[in-house]
Design a protein around this ligand. Sequence first.
Ligand SMILES: Cc1cc2nc3c(=O)[nH]c(=O)nc-3n(C[C@H](O)[C@H](O)[C@H](O)COP(=O)(O)OP(=O)(O)OC[C@H]3O[C@@H](n4cnc5c(N)ncnc54)[C@H](O)[C@@H]3O)c2cc1C
Length: 379
Amino acid sequence: MGPAATRPVVIIGAGIQGCATAFFLSQRGQPVIVVDKDHVGRHASGVNAGGVRRLGRDIAEIPLSVAAMDWWNQIDQLLDIDKGFHRQFYVKVALDDAGADLASRRIQQLHKAGFQHETWVDRDQLLCRIPHLTKSVLGGVLVQGDGWALPWKITRAFHDKAVALGAEFRTPVTVTSIDRSGEHWQVTTDAGMIETDIVVNCAGAWGGRIARMTGDVLPIEAHAPMLVITDRQPIFLQSVVGVMGGTLSFKQLDNGSMVIGGGKRGVADVARNLTQIIPAGLSSFVMTAGRVFPHLRDVAILRAWAGIEGYTKDDLPIIGNGGEAGIIHGFGFSAHGFQLGPAVGEALADLVMARQTRVNLAAFSPHRFAESPDQTSRR
Ligand SMILES: Cc1cc2nc3c(=O)[nH]c(=O)nc-3n(C[C@H](O)[C@H](O)[C@H](O)COP(=O)(O)OP(=O)(O)OC[C@H]3O[C@@H](n4cnc5c(N)ncnc54)[C@H](O)[C@@H]3O)c2cc1C
């Protein structure tokens, strides 16, 4: 099958979703132009926690996450890189009875839905795998084969490979309007107009604004989850650790530093591209980390940051065709879209080429938010 369109497809956004889509389209011989108002991986895709997990996903998202993991398991060959994915295991530990109950209900729910990838490990097994865990741990829910990656490295690698295959990236270039012109779309930017048959909206937290330019009203809110990185410690952890019923994300990098997050948000200013850290939020998840790993109570925090991310009302991404022909959306990943990136890129490329997608995207349909322009405030 040849290209879907003779004019280059325009992808808005050079985060992981835009870069992965550009990669898959370029691999199939489809010309693409990617525009970004900043630079490759400048926002969520370059600054996230790098968690590559199927663990804890909404059931509707598991098939997409499993499809993404197929790509992660071959990411080095796919993108010509080394150590792209640290394949380990991901565990959410139960620190109390409430956590253990939650774990047992979660596993039952998954089994009922036909998924077996999350398993319970008891206290002794867990302490054997992670000796530095608090001795009061009760057990945990574990997924073997989940792990982590360096976000900027992966996003950049999708970009580099897409460029090597012929994709064109234009940065910094801001899309200011999108208008129908007969059968085509005119994408107006601060660096001129691009005419195209197909626009792919991978604009992250700004995706709602881009959607609105095409006539689609898709509710999305911007928030700024925060992370910290610590000084270097002797290597003691070969897994990613979270907490049942909590939002900790804890990993140790190859250089010994630990990246710690915990769902706490700073302030996102999408108009000015800025984030603001809220120290109380940082200390709450750093304290949870100290509870899980008591030997780290005195570790030094070197740096804290936040990234701007788009959240939908149901925390599931928006992936699918827009209201008008030639508009395709892929945004709103609600703080768990990095792992999904390769499968989303593949799915968006399939939609561009009008192919059957590998994963059923019904749960992510933009049309599930049937709002009219007057029902929603400008986001
Ligand atoms: C702190 C933090 C931790 C996270 N941790 C994890 C994790 O451990 N695991 C996980 O799976 N996910 C995680 N996530 C979520 C993940 O980072 C995102 O879901 C994912 O990166 C979204 O990718 P994207 O390409 O949709 O968006 P982005 O990376 O935000 O890219 C969108 C791009 O669109 C561009 N753009 C916007 N408007 C315009 C315009 N008008 N013209 C041109 N360009 C435009 C922007 O400049 C931006 O570069 C985390 C997110 C954050 C912030």
